[in-house]
Ligand binder design. Structure first.
Ligand code: SME
Length: 164
């Protein structure tokens, strides 16, 4: 996969716009269009309030811009692949989601998944990039490396911060 090209396209798409919302929308569309064998590509973003607008006291991820089937809206830190990646601030590359304890199945077709944490300028985790595939073991170390650069470009160009 030509991640140099994909990452150059991302840079061209977002470098004039600091707002995270359109940039994450275009980023998810770019990945969904460019990478074969995906059934979901998108973002979950850290939110500080619960559904009634009160501080939630614990960290949660809220569904952000994405391409693919409808997905679950809130994921607590530590839950599923996304919540684990956010809590541990660690990339999760899962060859078989059915073997991942607590995996959240938004689409029963998903077989493998990769999740990359996103950071604010102060270094705190503010969300994740999540890709799902219907193919087992779809994501290679090369995908991990290319997507980590993709995430760093987003961090550099978008004003990412927790949502309230
Ligand atoms: N599978 C994820 C949930 C999000 S969907 O894949 C879009 C998880 O276990 O965190």
């Amino acid at each position: 996969m030509d991640y140099d090209l994909i990452n150059a396209q991302l840079d061209a798409l977002i470098h004039d716009e600091p707002h995270f919302l359109p940039n994450l929308c275009n980023a998810s569309a770019l990945l969904f269009d460019s990478l074969p064998d995906l059934n979901w590509a998108g973002f979950y973003l850290k939110i500080l309030t619960d559904t009634s607008g009160k501080p939630n006291g614990k960290s949660e991820l809220l569904l952000g811009p994405f391409q693919g089937k409808t997905a679950c809206i809130r994921i607590p830190y530590g839950k599923g692949v996304c919540g684990t990646s956010a809590e541990q601030d660690k990339i999760q590359r899962v060859a078989d989601v059915h073997l991942f304890p607590g995996h959240i199945a938004c689409d029963s077709a998903s077989a493998s998944e990769i999740v990359i944490p996103l950071h604010a300028r102060d270094g705190q985790v503010v969300g994740v990039l999540d890709l799902d595939s219907p193919v087992k073991d779809r994501f290679s170390p090369e995908d991990e490396e290319g997507l980590a650069v993709f995430a760093r470009i987003l961090e550099q160009h978008c004003d990412l911060h927790p949502l309230s």
